[in-house]
Design a binder for this molecule. Structure first.
Ligand code: PMP
Length: 396
């Protein structure tokens, strides 16, 4: 087929190949990126659907505005206010079909072939693929336990003059890292100083286990004059409520939202009004706080079980920072005692032992670190987490 040249910029991910092996009976999987479907608030969503169909049947089933269903935009602005974002009006955000669409719209509106974009190493694989599809030349800023290294980031911004910088400051996928408050402020200051657009992707910020993380870049932006003009924030209901709803949103400079809305119109016209009206009713009913505390509690327990078992079963052959939220443990194989030190080799051995995870190398846009892996603790019950990590110990 005479496909478009842009397809040459991307390839089917190595991870997808691995997922083919997951069908093996009895396998315990830490490989997925899904939230646990057993945690979905089915009753709450059913009530929200009923309310949408009885209170606003026309709008729920009709075409809608590309920017989003007005009652949902109102509810999302209020939700953001509850997370410390001041002065956000409904018109300051657009609804997207998952935050994945927000990333696609950013690629579409901002990236010309050859443009530099800075991403974290490691970062969300679909972002790498999405920006590359538009021809982005990705540059990587390293991440440590405190998030992206801001000194290095400022050097890279000065050197490459990127179109934008894409960050997942809170419980990144796959890094699980939480950027410190100092680094968040540094990011905002350097964005203003260099006039560089920062994209904050925040699907995991609500999934914290103990104390709340530092405020989002968006919530902090008021403290740095001019920061709101160089900041885009992507939110999502996927990890806290339901990814099947495909409801995300994007906050950003009005000029950018207008262009993104235009592109969205040509793409899907609007996010499903049925899903949007359901989400609006769900938020209006005030169910979110209880849902959040429930999922936080469950994930916190699973994370603690996994990290304790990892230390016990893999000892000094593995190194990681215990996550304070999100869905993932990001780990390094140290090679101690002559044990396996390559994530992909380890993944194959693990599958033979009946346990799966994702090797870390594909999450790097440049210079892959092969001794890394991502383990999700989100979907397995506690006894399976224990058993799965024991199998990992055997595989190693
Ligand atoms: N950003 C990050 C960092 C993610 O991990 C994900 C989902 N895995 C997304 C965006 C996309 O999520 P959704 O489109 O469901 O909102």
């Amino acid at each position: 087929m005479p496909f478009a040249d842009r397809l040459n910029n991307v390839e089917t991910s190595a991870i997808r190949e691995l997922f083919k092996l997951l069908g093996k009976p009895g396998i315990i999987s830490f490989a997925g990126g899904f939230p646990d479907s057993a945690l979905f608030d089915v009753d709450g969503i059913r009530e929200a659907v009923n309310a949408a169909l009885s209170e606003e049947p026309g709008a729920t089933l009709q075409y809608g505005a590309t920017e989003g269903h007005p009652p949902l935009r109102e509810q999302l602005a209020a939700f953001m206010a509850s997370k410390g974002v001041r002065g956000l009006a409904a018109n300051d955000l657009i609804v997207t079909t998952g935050s994945q669409q927000a990333l696609d719209l950013l690629g579409k509106t901002l990236v010309s072939p050859g443009d530099k974009v800075i991403v974290e190493g490691p970062t969300f694989l679909a972002t790498i693929q999405c920006f590359r599809l538009y021809g982005a030349d990705l540059v990587t800023v390293p991440v440590d336990g405190q998030g992206a290294q801001t000194d290095r980031l400022e050097q890279l911004i000065a050197e490459h003059k990127p179109k934008f910088v894409y960050l997942i400051p809170t419980f990144g996928n796959p890094s699980g890292a939480m950027m410190s408050l100092e680094r968040r402020k540094a990011v905002l200051r350097m964005a203003v100083k260099h006039g560089t657009l920062i994209v904050e992707d925040d699907p995991y910020g609500d999934l914290y286990f103990g104390d709340a993380p530092p405020p989002s870049l968006l919530a902090l932006a008021d403290e740095v004059p001019g920061a709101r003009d160089v900041l885009v924030h992507c939110g999502s209901l996927s990890k806290v409520l339901s990814p099947g709803l495909r409801v995300g949103w994007m906050v950003g400079p009005a000029e950018l939202l207008a262009k993104a809305t235009m592109c969205k119109q040509f793409s899907d016209a609007h996010t499903s009004t049925f899903a949007q009206a359901t989400a609006a009713q769900y938020l209006k009913a005030g169910r979110m706080p209880a849902t959040l505390s429930r999922v936080r509690r469950v994930y916190a327990e699973r994370a603690a079980t996994m990290t304790t078992a990892l230390r016990r079963e893999l000892g000094d052959a593995i190194d990681f920072v215990a996550p304070q939220g999100g869905l993932f443990v990001w780990a390094w194989l140290t090679g101690a005692g002559g044990k396996v030190a390559d994530g992909a080799v380890f993944a194959k051995k693990a599958i033979e032992q009946g346990v799966a995870f994702v090797p870390g190398a594909p999450f790097f846009a440049n210079d892959p670190v092969h001794a890394t892996l991502r383990l999700s603790f989100a979907t397995a019950p506690l006894d399976k987490i224990e058993e799965g990590i024991q199998r990992l110990g055997k595989a190693l």
